[in-house]
Design a protein around this ligand. Structure first.
Ligand code: AMP
Length: 281
């Protein structure tokens, strides 16, 4: 596996592969890799001739400095996992390489960027869009793989590609979970032993709420879910919402949206966790 740190050498290498007629898949990450990330690499491996990855903890998508400072870093283990998964190239730039000048780009994703994560993490999606656009310019992928774990991010990336006319196919990949249902996340390593034990409550509650889809009103499901979190002292709920799976606007009338997404964000101690499931009515 080739390891690069500079934009120029990275693009040159990938360009040579593309010139030779090979298709290039790309998986952007912030490192501290787990099986969720590796599932994206494996998906890329199945569909593309060349698999590339990036590891960059993108400072401009963090709206909370302590979250940035404590973000887990396991670079050597990451490289080993990528080698074992059959990755061909990993790009590991530093901040200066990605942002040599102050960032001035401003994206407008309309209604999609102002709800859920967008409402609770101001500036987050602009930071995501800026870095992903730059990474796409450097990695020139034919296909890019994103996890449904960050469901709103996936929709933002699809909007970015459409808006900027970027010739890349965005491939959504399912959420990989621990045996007890907890969605895999780099931030899970920051949970205490006790927090880790109670963390599956999030997915369990989502599943129970999704089962109510056919029998209860939206209002009943949402109030039930909110009450579960508010009655559990371990968690501080930010949102528990049912949203359409295109613009993520709150669903009020069940008949108008057959397929929707149930999304949650909650603090467990000092760690903010997100998760989501499909909900059918
Ligand atoms: P991150 O390193 O958190 O920026 O994530 C990099 C990519 O991995 C994003 O597309 C995430 O949605 C995806 N990802 C993170 N956790 C999971 C998971 N548990 N299952 C599937 N994909 C994931």
């Amino acid at each position: 596996m080739k390891i690069t740190t500079l934009r120029s050498e990275t693009t040159a290498k990938i360009y040579a592969w593309k010139e030779a007629g090979l298709t290039v898949g790309f998986v952007p990450t912030m490192g501290a890799l787990h099986r969720g990330h590796i599932s994206l690499i494996e998906e890329a491996r199945k569909t593309c001739d060349i698999v590339t990855c990036s590891i960059f903890v993108n400072p401009i998508q963090f709206n909370n400095t302590s979250d940035l400072d404590t973000y887990p870093k396991t670079i050597e283990a990451d490289i080993e996992k990528l080698e074992n998964a059959g990755c061909d190239l990993v790009f590991i730039p530093d901040t200066e390489e990605m942002y040599p000048e102050p960032v001035t780009e401003k994206y407008d994703f309309g209604a999609l960027e102002n709800v859920l994560e967008g409402a609770f993490r101001p500036g987050h999606f602009n930071g995501v869009a800026v870095v992903v656009k730059r990474l796409f310019d450097i990695m020139i992928p034919d296909m890019a793989f994103f996890g449904e774990k960050d469901y709103q991010q996936l929709l933002i990336i699809k909007a970015l590609v459409l808006h900027d006319n970027i010739p890349v196919e965005i491939v959504p990949c399912p959420i990989i979970r621990e045996k007890d249902g907890l969605a895999m996340s780099s931030r899970n390593t920051r949970l205490s032993e006790n927090e880790r034990t109670v963390a599956p409550f999030i997915y369990n509650t989502l599943c129970k709420a999704a089962e109510m889809g056919k029998t209860h009103t939206i209002e009943q499901i949402v109030s039930w879910g909110e009450a579960q979190f508010n009655n559990n002292d371990n968690f501080k709920l930010e949102y528990f919402q049912i949203a359409d799976n295109i613009e993520l606007q709150p669903v009020v009338n069940k008949k108008k949206s057959d397929n929707a997404r149930l999304l949650v964000a909650a603090w467990l101690g000092k760690v903010r966790l997100i998760d989501n499931v499909d909900i059918n009515f």
